[in-house]
Design a protein around this ligand. Structure first.
Ligand SMILES: NC(=O)c1ccc[n+]([C@@H]2O[C@H](COP(=O)([O-])OP(=O)(O)OC[C@H]3O[C@@H](n4cnc5c(N)ncnc54)[C@H](O)[C@@H]3O)[C@@H](O)[C@H]2O)c1
Length: 349
């Protein structure tokens, strides 16, 4: 069995300008855009030298010295904006982007639901075609799972389980140490958004996020989240980023169960981090066979999934009827669930 998971590309690819030249742009945005054949016209970062180094590595012709200069260049060349900044920097930057532009914003959509609402309001007022880069929905294994489920191969989906028992070297991301919200806001948010992609918005949420003794300076490094979809559907996320006992008993998987089959995805990127292990995509369909089958998929979450949100943004600009699954209008609901998770954890029963 072969499943094509490459995203739909726009008829005409628009050039891109990127605001922020940090780790995620280097490791994921630029490699993905290269694979998709998207042209990056210019970069801007408060740290100009950083942007210059990255532009050199990727043959990007222009590094702008100011946001105004980048906006002028974007206007002249009919570019879309890729905003890859710390959450706290998003609002003032979006405010300056010209009305009617296309904008992709890195997740999270602000530091909390209050900021997400301001971002949504700004996007509406400025009539931006805007999305949030919740790219896990476009990871090849999620696209393959969606196709198998939509085709009815595993019957009716009623269970999603996300399990991460891994070791994450948080010290690689300095900025996290100052934040009041870490694990759900920066990591489990991907799984919440992915589960919403399959089941829609939950009726309610039960959650608890906790520190880890090895990372007490972080506000949290482990979470247990139950997304409540009523009596017949179960959707659980369970993460522990402090399993520093070698790869032997690390776990990193998504499991989907239907009435007639199941899918298990090994998410390789987080195993033996940063080396990673290969992904593995397996499914069973009792209508077809009692055996599990493995499918080899092309590409993985980082960087391949980063093509989809940008491509979707360009397709949406080309055709307003295009179903843009990463729109700000949808992303706000993921931020609502995140907010509910934190509120749930504060309640004492
Ligand atoms: N899977 C994912 O989707 C994923 C993964 C990692 C990071 N991220 C998100 O991407 C964002 C950036 O993360 P990162 O790891 O690249 O961080 P980073 O610290 O490596 O880079 C951020 C860059 O933004 C620049 N910057 C800050 N404020 C600016 C401003 N007002 N104007 C211009 N430049 C400014 C900084 O100088 C820095 O170079 C974060 O919000 C993070 O949550 C997403």
């Amino acid at each position: 069995m072969k499943i094509d998971t490459f995203p739909i590309l726009p008829k005409t690819k628009k050039p891109i300008v990127i605001i922020g030249a940090g780790g995620i742009v280097k490791d994921a945005h630029l490699p993905a855009y290269k694979r998709a054949g998207f042209e990056v016209k210019a970069l801007y970062d408060l740290e100009v030298e950083k942007a210059e180094r990255l532009a050199g590595d990727y043959g990007i012709g222009t590094v702008c010295q100011s946001l105004d200069a980048l906006i002028e260049l974007a206007k002249t060349n009919d570019c879309v904006y890729d905003v890859a900044l710390p959450a706290s920097a998003i609002i003032p930057v979006i405010d300056q982007i010209p009305d009617g532009s296309g904008v992709l914003i890195q997740k999270p959509m602000g530091n909390d639901l209050g900021q997400a609402a301001i971002i949504l309001d700004l996007c509406r007022k400025k009539q931006l075609v805007a999305g949030v880069n919740f790219q896990l929905r476009h990871a090849p294994y999620i696209k393959a799972a969606k196709k198998i489920i939509d085709d009815g191969v595993i019957g009716e989906l009623h269970d999603i389980d996300v399990r991460m028992n891994v070791y994450t070297p948080w010290h690689l991301w300095d900025f996290l140490y100052e934040l009041p919200r870490v694990e759900i806001q920066y990591h489990s948010i991907h799984y919440i958004d992915m589960i919403r992609y399959f089941f829609g918005n939950p009726e309610s949420v039960l959650a608890k996020t906790t520190k880890h003794p090895n990372a007490k300076a972080l506000s949290s490094a482990r979470s247990s989240i139950i997304m409540d979809y009523g009596d017949l559907i179960r959707a659980n996320i369970n993460t522990n980023h402090g399993h520093n006992f070698g790869p032997k008993h690390q776990e990193s998987y998504f499991k989907f169960e239907g009435t007639e089959g199941a899918i298990k995805v090994r998410v390789g990127v987080y195993l033996d981090y940063p080396k990673g292990l290969p992904d593995k995509f397996e499914f069973i369909s009792l209508n077809v066979s009692d055996d599990w089958q493995q499918i080899d998929l092309e590409g993985t979450w980082f960087p391949d999934a980063f093509i989809g949100p940008m491509s979707g943004l360009m397709c949406k600009m080309e055709d307003p009827a295009f179903e843009f699954i990463n729109s700000v209008e949808d992303a706000i609901h993921t931020m609502e669930v995140v907010e509910k998770c934190y509120r749930s954890g504060e309640h004492e029963i």
